[in-house]
Design a protein around this ligand. Structure first.
Ligand code: UFG
Length: 325
């Protein structure tokens, strides 16, 4: 297959490109390099372009034929989305609409969308399945939900087949250390814990007064390659089942921030200093996926169930002499 990976210069998209090429598929990465990195496009060909410039998309689809599109391009920082919601709606919603239009004009009907647990907002319970009400509490989550709604309409109106994958906390890196997480600024827990282990930053734990056993937030950390494997299954699934589908992706087990720090200490072999800081606005206390639907319907099974193993893959990437941002 020839797959268009939008956002393939980013964290999850670059892992996807590597997996696809490893399986013998060909990959075209479409990325504006606003948050992605040219150096991470090692698998497939990079086409620099912007989803907000329809002419870029037209040129791409006029030139190439694809068997499916995987869409990872998005702004994804909750705090930034609160400060600049317009930026988020433009990039994440208008950009996706442009992409869907270009696909329709090219007669292409297979679309895998990177959605997020952020669509659930402040969940009423710890273990969340897809039937849980969607009530995003920030513009980032709103944009993801809006795209899911658009995909539902496009299935009915234009026969577009899609799978929206609601990621919980993407974590870890390519076990060969050829790609990994590289954000600027870095806001995610595991990279920050490991940066603190390297002495590159002072780790702050945002809130220790949540209603959880140790007072810190609980999340469901899922290895990036497990996410990518679900994308492959999603493409296959659409062949059998047309329509717009939605699946949660998490391992179904939550870990507190302190548990993650302790697991990271075992990986790096030393203690990692941190201080407590006030709660970060918009953080739900507990977010854990019930991914039964993905397991049963897609036949998906996460391979990384041990947090230490996930953190070890992130550490081998971070311990490398990576290029500087
Ligand atoms: N945290 C810290 N210190 C840090 C970084 C994070 O204490 O330096 C805490 C956060 O406050 C949170 C937990 O660690 O309690 C996890 O934070 P992350 O930023 O790693 O991940 P989030 O759960 O906030 O975000 C993830 C995705 C988002 C998505 C969100 C859904 O990265 O894209 O889940 O709620 F929107």
């Amino acid at each position: 297959m020839h797959i268009l990976v939008c956002g393939g210069a980013g964290y999850i998209g670059s892992h996807m490109a590597k997996m696809l090429v490893g399986l013998g598929h060909s990959v075209t990465v479409f990325d504006n390099l606003s948050t992605g990195h040219r150096q991470l496009v090692k698998w497939g060909r990079l086409v620099e372009g912007d989803l907000l410039r329809p002419a870029d998309l037209k040129a791409l689809f006029d030139r190439e034929r694809f068997d499916g599109v995987m869409h990872f391009s998005a702004r994804s920082l909750v705090g930034e989305s609160i400060r600049d919601p317009d930026l988020y709606f433009q990039n994440n919603v208008t950009g996706t609409e442009n992409l869907l239009r270009a696909m329709r004009e090219a007669g292409l009907q297979r679309f895998v969308f990177s959605s997020s647990a952020a669509v659930y907002g402040n969940p009423a319970k710890g273990l969340i399945d897809e039937a849980h009400p969607t009530k995003p509490i920030n513009p980032y989550g709103e944009t993801k939900l809006r795209v899911e709604e658009i995909l539902q309409s496009r299935a009915a109106e234009h026969g577009l087949n899609s799978v929206s994958l609601r990621y919980f906390n993407a974590a870890g890196a390519d076990p060969q250390g050829e790609t990994g997480e590289l954000h600027n600024p870095e806001t995610h827990l595991i990279p920050n814990v490991l940066r603190a282990a390297k002495g590159e930053c002072a780790l702050q734990v945002f809130g220790n007064d949540y209603s959880t056993p140790d007072g810190t937030c609980i999340r469901d950390y899922i290895h990036v390659n497990d996410l990518c494997r679900a994308h492959l299954l999603a493409l296959e699934y659409m062949e059998k089942k047309p329509g717009a589908h939605v699946f949660n992706l998490g391992i179904g087990k939550g870990f507190s921030i302190l548990e993650i720090i302790r697991a990271a200490e075992k990986v790096v072999g030393k203690s990692i200093p941190f201080t407590y800081a006030p709660r970060r606005p918009g953080d739900p206390p507990v977010l854990v996926a019930d991914s039964t639907l993905a397991r049963k319907t897609l036949g998906w099974q996460p391979e990384y169930l041990d947090q230490e193993e996930i953190i070890r893959t992130a550490w081998s990437w971070m311990a490398k002499d990576r290029f500087k941002l």
